[in-house]
Design a protein around this ligand. Structure first.
Ligand code: NAD
Length: 293
């Protein structure tokens, strides 16, 4: 099976390396030459979009957002134009599920199948191949490509038809953002009330309020560490997609709207490239404290 992968950023590069480690024939491309060369040095080939479409049985993308995926697939010189009927497109980017469905509608007319398969886990799990995939698409297509996705992920779950993967990812991103906001608000309250937020974290992390988000992000807030694992600007992108999708299906999402405004404030205050746990800095600004310090 010949595989193409377009998009070798923070996530796509280690994912490509894991596909190569599993012994697949891989051809890659990205606008960033240095990233392409790094993956070619690990055994991949490189080619332009047209050649990738022509020569590959399955084309994967790991790009920033809906417009990038639409332009790479369906734009002028897009990959879809040269893909053969019977080939498959798997988009692993986090994009608007409405866009996933639009892309699939065009591909279906050409006899091309599709999965939308965004991931959760970030760069560390992309490197060690333990990402969580949430997948939309036909059961039969999912079954065929599950082993390929398992070269990059520890969990690969089908959530429904095309669009369901990205809808699940939006749900994931809402839960993560609102958890971070609640954590920042609670630790700020504790400190303002004279209780050490480090001890609050220690006391509650094993109880009902404890969570993966709390374990990952409370230490960062307490240390004032805003080095990005997941950047605020990417979370703004995801919540814009969540709001857009929510409005199109008639689901009010007031918590998402509120945390999105806080992320936007962070973006406006040079926080766009900081880790999303830096939502804490908004609360520090409101209260004139430094959490844990
Ligand atoms: P990134 O910005 O590091 O990488 C995107 C890559 O796409 C870049 O290398 C860029 O050069 C390339 N690119 C952009 N337009 C292109 C085009 N037209 N043709 C070819 N290449 C093009 O982003 P990332 O962090 O790797 O994220 C990729 C996707 O994965 C996003 O949708 C993101 O939301 C999602 N995601 C990221 C993380 C994370 O922790 N970084 C976690 C889960 C999901």
């Amino acid at each position: 099976m010949k595989i193409g992968l377009i998009g070798l950023g923070i996530m796509g590069k280690p994912m490509a390396k894991n596909i190569l480690k599993a012994g697949y024939d891989l051809t890659v491309s990205d606008l960033n030459r240095a990233n392409v060369e790094e993956v070619v040095a690990c055994g991949a080939k490189t080619a332009g979009n047209r050649e990738i479409g022509e020569g590959c049985d399955v084309v994967l993308t790991m790009l920033p957002n809906s417009p990038h995926v639409k332009s790479v697939m369906l734009g002028e010189d897009g990959v879809a134009a040269s893909m053969k009927p019977g080939a498959t497109f798997i988009d692993m980017s986090s994009i608007n599920p409405v866009a996933s469905k639009e892309i699939y509608a065009v591909l279906q007319e050409k006899g091309i199948e599709m999965l939308d398969a965004p991931v959760s886990g970030g760069e560390p799990k992309a490197i060690d191949g333990s990402l969580s995939f949430m997948v939309g698409g036909k059961q039969e297509v999912f079954n065929r490509f599950k082993p390929l996705l398992e070269t990059m992920g520890a969990s690969v779950v089908r959530c429904g038809d095309v669009g369901a993967g990205n809808t699940t990812k939006l749900a994931n991103q809402i839960i993560v953002a609102c958890n971070i906001q609640a954590l920042a608000e609670a630790l700020t309250l504790a400190q303002k009330a004279g209780v050490d937020p480090q001890l609050v974290f220690e006391a509650i992390k094993g109880g009902l309020a404890g969570s993966t988000v709390m374990n990952a992000k409370a230490p960062m807030m307490l240390e004032g560490n805003d080095k990005p694992g997941f950047k605020i600007d990417l979370h703004i992108k995801d919540l814009n997609n969540a709001l857009d999708c929510a409005h199109s299906v008639g689901a009010p999402v007031p918590m998402t709207a509120e945390v999105q405004e806080i992320l936007q404030w962070m973006h406006n205050h040079e926080g766009g490239q900081k880790d999303h746990s830096a939502i804490a800095q908004y609360y520090e600004h409101l209260t004139d404290i430094r959490i844990g310090r």
